[in-house]
Structures are given as C-alpha cells and as structure tokens.
Design a protein around this ligand. Structure first.
Ligand SMILES: N[C@@H](CCC(=O)N[C@@H](CS)C(=O)NCC(=O)O)C(=O)O
Length: 295
C-alpha cells in the first residue's frame, strides 16, 4: 500500500487554519453564528432555506411532488443559502438550524412558526402534515427503515468516499480503499432490495426514495465525484432501473432546479417563489433579460 507522509497526532488537537482542503474556508471546530443576518420571509406557508446539493434536493423534490398531487398548502418560498460564502453561519439561519447545514425549513402555516432541520426530519414532517408519500400499515416501518438507512449511510459515501476520492488534498490509498469498499457494499444493499421491490418501501414511491435517490441515484449515473467507472456503477442494474424511473418524474426534474447555482443556466432556479418561476426565472432567462436591458 502507498504510505502517506508519517504523521503522529499530538497530545491535544489544535485547529490549524492553514490545513487546506476543499472546504477549509467553512469548516470550524465550533458551532453558533459568526455574524448577524436575518433570513428573508416570503408569502407562502413554508419557507425553505437551502441549496441544491443531494441533501437540499430531497426537500424540493418532496415539495414539488406534494404540489403535483394538488396539496396547495405545500406552496413554498425557497431561498438560496450559499454555504461556500458562510450563509449557514448567519444568526437567522442558526436560529432555524443550530447545526448550520442546509436544508432548513420554517413551517409558518400555524399560529406559531415551527422550525425543522435535518433533511430526513423535514421529509417526515411534510409526509405527516400532508398524509402523503409515507405508507400506513405494514410498510410504514419499511419506509422509515430506508429513510433512516440513508441518514446513517450517506456520510460514509459523502464525508468518507467522496471526500477522500475527490476533495482531499492528497490521495490516501487506505482511506479511499476503506470508503470505496463501504460505498460498493451500500450500492449492493440497494441493488438487492430493488431486485425484490419496485421502490424501497414496496410497490409505492415514498419519502425513502426521495431521500436515497439524490445520493445513490446520482452516484449510479456517474454524477457524483466522477466515480462511475471507478465504482463500476453500471453493474448495479436494479439501482439503474430505479434511478431512471425517479429521474423521469416531472416533479423530480423541477425539484433538482430549485436553489441550484451551478451547471446549465436553464437548470438553475436560484430562488423559487411561484410555480411559474420554472418558466420565467431560470438563470438563462434572467441573464437574457439583463443582456436585453443592458444590466
Ligand atoms: N444530515 C444533514 C446533512 C446536511 C448537510 O451536510 N448539508 C451540507 C450541504 S449537503 C451543508 O450545509 N454544509 C455546510 C457546512 O458544513 O458548513 C441533513 O441530511 O440535512
């Protein structure tokens, strides 16, 4: 095995701010706000503060699916939180999520606003509120099991494999090997389940699929960490079938665009305040409008 440069941990860990890496500018060993900043509040019952990462997209997919089912109470304003600029450390954001991570939701539909953080908790809150995308009866437990499987498993994929394969300043064979093995094991867990069942909880599409798909569907399609070939993702044929089926859903296609600030301009809807924004406010239209007015 290729050995990394010898490193002996000191007696007491100290914060070395120079210790680079892709997220050095936002990583800190302390919690709490770094600056005062109120969050904007729009006109809808639900206020979402987020970014279109896999964790963020879970919630915008759920909201678009609820609206597609006719739940008008799921109308929402989606505000862009730029985590690379440190927006998650503003006092208003920290009041909604003390963990300073997107997504964060304020449910203002009742007399007292309710804060909800952690994507799995937000999906559950919305599923219970609208009585949708979560089965009752025997398959409820299966749905919750896969939902919590995602919450426990994805940190090995993102914080483990993705970090050491794609982002760490040096390639450490031990770390990449360890997390590639675990990631392939997780893909196999999903593949075996999806060989027996159309969706994760059973015959119906649920919040479990909405939680798992943005991570493992993207991985299976080679959209995460450019690791498709390395992990031989094509071999997980049932995951491929399930990923394609979910990707084809119109609500999923809309949800992926919300709070997206990279990629094709026509796929970026920085903020979403109305269903018509998908037609009129994607970045290609915004830029064309600016060019036309010389702005
Ligand atoms: N377990 C959390 C994870 C959320 C999370 O890791 N969010 C990332 C973006 S995908 C974030 O906000 N990072 C900002 C930071 O770490 O400062 C959830 O599912 O909501």
């Amino acid at each position: 095995m290729t050995e990394p440069t010898a490193y002996a941990p000191p007696q007491i860990w100290t914060w070395n701010k120079e210790n680079g890496g892709r997220f050095a500018s936002i990583n800190r060993p302390i919690a709490g706000p770094t600056h005062d900043k109120d969050l904007p509040v729009g006109k809808h019952p639900l206020q979402l503060y987020s970014l279109a990462t896999p964790n963020g997209v879970k919630v915008t997919i759920m909201l678009e699916e609820l609206l597609a089912l006719g739940h008008s109470g799921a109308e929402y304003d989606a505000w862009l939180i730029k985590i690379s600029d440190g927006d998650q450390f503003g006092s208003g954001f920290v009041a909604v999520n003390p963990n300073s991570k997107i997504p964060a939701l304020m449910d203002r539909s009742g007399s007292t606003p309710v804060r909800v953080f952690e994507s799995g908790s937000i999906l559950l809150h919305l599923a219970e509120k609208f009585g949708a995308f979560m089965p009752t009866g025997a398959t409820r437990a299966e749905c919750l099991s896969w939902l919590f499987w995602q919450m426990g498993s994805a940190p090995y994929l993102g914080g483990g494999f993705g970090h050491f394969y794609a982002y760490a300043p040096t390639k450490i064979e031990y770390a990449i090997d360890r997390f590639a093995m675990e990631t392939k094991r997780q893909l196999d867990v999903l593949d075996r389940r999806l060989a027996q069942s159309e969706y994760l909880a059973g015959a119906d599409y649920t919040i479990a699929d909405m939680a798992v798909w943005p991570w493992y569907g993207a991985l299976a399609k080679g959209r995460l960490y450019s690791a498709g070939e390395f992990l031989q993702v094509q071999s997980y044929s049932h995951v491929q079938r399930w990923s394609d089926a979910i990707a084809a859903r119109p609500a999923v296609q809309r949800g992926r665009k919300v709070n997206c600030a990279w990629g094709e301009l026509s796929d970026q809807l920085h903020e979403r305040h109305d269903a018509s924004d998908f037609e009129t406010k994607t970045q290609d239209k915004v830029e064309a409008g600016k060019a036309a007015t010389g702005g």
